[in-house]
Design a protein around this ligand. Sequence first.
Ligand SMILES: Nc1ncnc2c1ncn2[C@@H]1O[C@H](COP(=O)(O)OP(=O)(O)OP(=O)(O)O)[C@@H](O)[C@H]1O
Ligand SMILES: [Mg+2]
Length: 353
Amino acid sequence: MSVIGFDIGTYAAKALLLSIKGKGKSQSVTLDGLGFSQMPSGVMAQWEDQPVPARTAMSAAMRTLVKLCKLSRGRYAALSLSGETMIIKKISMPVTSQKELRQSLALEAEQYIPYPISEVIIDGHILTTEDSYGQMSVLLVAARREVVYNYIQAIALTKVLKPAVIDIDVLALFNAYDFIYPNSSENVILVDIGASMIHITVLVDGLPHTLKEESVGGQRLTEDIEDAFNISPEEAESIKFGTTAPPDLNECREVFDRIVSNWQAAIDRAIEQTRAEVPNYNPSKIFLAGGGANINGLVEQFHNYYNVPADIFNPLTYVKFNTKKFDRSYIDYIGPQMAVAFGLAIRSKPEKL
Ligand SMILES: Nc1ncnc2c1ncn2[C@@H]1O[C@H](COP(=O)(O)OP(=O)(O)OP(=O)(O)O)[C@@H](O)[C@H]1O
Ligand SMILES: [Mg+2]
């Protein structure tokens, strides 16, 4: 059964409902519903300190999207966590099956998590199977129980949805890529440039290896443009979108370059971290997603800096849709920003909840 993928970011709430038919080469994906709505400023960034307003805003956004976007066929919601609300770590542990993984992880996880184990929900994903020492490598994901509870509450508050999947942004991004390029063995780096964060997924031979998030996103660029020209957030955003010309082109270029070099430094750190375990690691391609991927000239900047192909990752290119219902140019434009929602919408409701 299909689920609605909800990506509730700090800037915008995104929702996708897909129908997936067939398997392998004969698989076809149809777009049933797509929703986008801006979030009230600041509220989602305060999960830790003020969970109630965040939960209320999240729930309101999901309800609005279900109504506006005619998503009523979907009853189940898939959501994802990001930011300081969770911990992701690649660990090495004795071999177990995926079935027994959670139990074994509970024993292993304690040493990696700065909270009492009773306060977190842990999950894991086996990355590579047995090595010569009988160890396997696992992606350990731990989220504060309280945060997951708030997400589930937000879904319940909509009164029309039930929780089906709680994922994490960086893995949803990988799942979206893996769905479109199954069996890829490339060293791709997936970069989602959101408003408050940049989410980085480094793949080694097609598998997720290093997953990182850093808190510098498109919002910082808007703020820096505001400060540079002493203008309103709306004017700054319009310059960032390329709709209004900046008062001074060179100064504006400097502001853009400064933020882009912050993003590149974050990716460089992820590459370095990967090289600590895979000494000769080099990316073969950079894929950009998230609202920030639309920044004019960004793809070229990444291509020049890393000297590998760079492109926009738009999962909606692979989806069929009724052109009477959806506008093609809008789908092309919004697709990269829908990457996480896509990675969630391709999940199915588990048999047992
Ligand atoms: N055409 C565009 N040009 C430049 N920036 C854009 C464009 N479209 C959107 N953005 C920027 O992208 C950001 C929003 O992207 P996105 O919806 O992926 O963020 P989010 O998921 O809400 O944020 P986060 O994941 O950090 O919580 C905003 O900073 C917005 O200004
Ligand atoms: Mg986001």
